[in-house]
Design a protein around this ligand. Structure first.
Ligand SMILES: [Zn+2]
Length: 131
C-alpha cells in the first residue's frame, strides 16, 4: 500500500525546505494558504522515531509558525500531530470567522492562492528571515 506522505515528499513542487532528516512541504490540498506539513523523510511512526528527531520536528514547527505569521498574518494556528504510519506535524493558519458557507454546504474550501504560489512565498520568507 502506498503512503500519502512519501508521495508528497517525492513531489519537488511541494517542498519548501529539506535537510538530511526532515522535509517541510505544502499540503497539495490545503485547508488554507500556508497549510504545511513537517515530516521525517524516512517513513516511520512516532514510536519508531528517535528523540532527537522529535525534538528537531518541534523546533522546526516553532520556526515555521513564525515564518507563516510573517507571510500570512493569521489570527492563530491549528497544529496537528499524526502518529502513524508516517508521522508528521501539520500547521494550518486560521483566521477568525474562517468557516465559509462553501465549506459548510459543499465541503469545499476556497483557497485564494495556488499551492505553487504559496510554496514560492514561503520559500522566499525562509530565505529572507532564515529559520
Ligand atoms: Zn511514508
Amino acid at each position: 500500500m502506498g503512503c500519502e506522505i512519501c508521495d508528497m515528499i517525492n513531489n519537488e513542487e511541494l517542498i519548501i525546505i529539506k535537510n538530511e532528516k526532515i522535509v517541510v512541504l505544502h499540503n497539495p490540498r490545503p485547508f488554507n494558504n500556508g497549510h504545511i506539513i513537517i515530516t521525517p523523510i524516512k517513513h516511520q511512526s512516532i514510536d519508531e522515531a528517535e528523540e532527537s528527531l522529535l525534538f528537531e520536528l518541534m523546533e522546526l514547527t516553532k520556526k515555521f509558525v513564525n515564518i507563516l505569521q510573517r507571510v500570512y498574518n493569521p489570527h492563530g494556528f491549528n497544529i496537528g500531530l499524526s502518529l502513524k504510519p508516517h508521522m508528521y506535524v501539520q500547521v494550518v493558519p486560521r483566521w477568525n470567522g474562517d468557516v465559509s458557507f462553501m465549506t459548510l454546504f459543499y465541503n469545499v474550501k476556497v483557497v485564494p492562492e495556488t499551492v505553487k504560489d504559496s510554496v514560492a512565498r514561503i520559500r522566499d520568507a525562509v530565505r529572507e528571515y532564515g529559520i
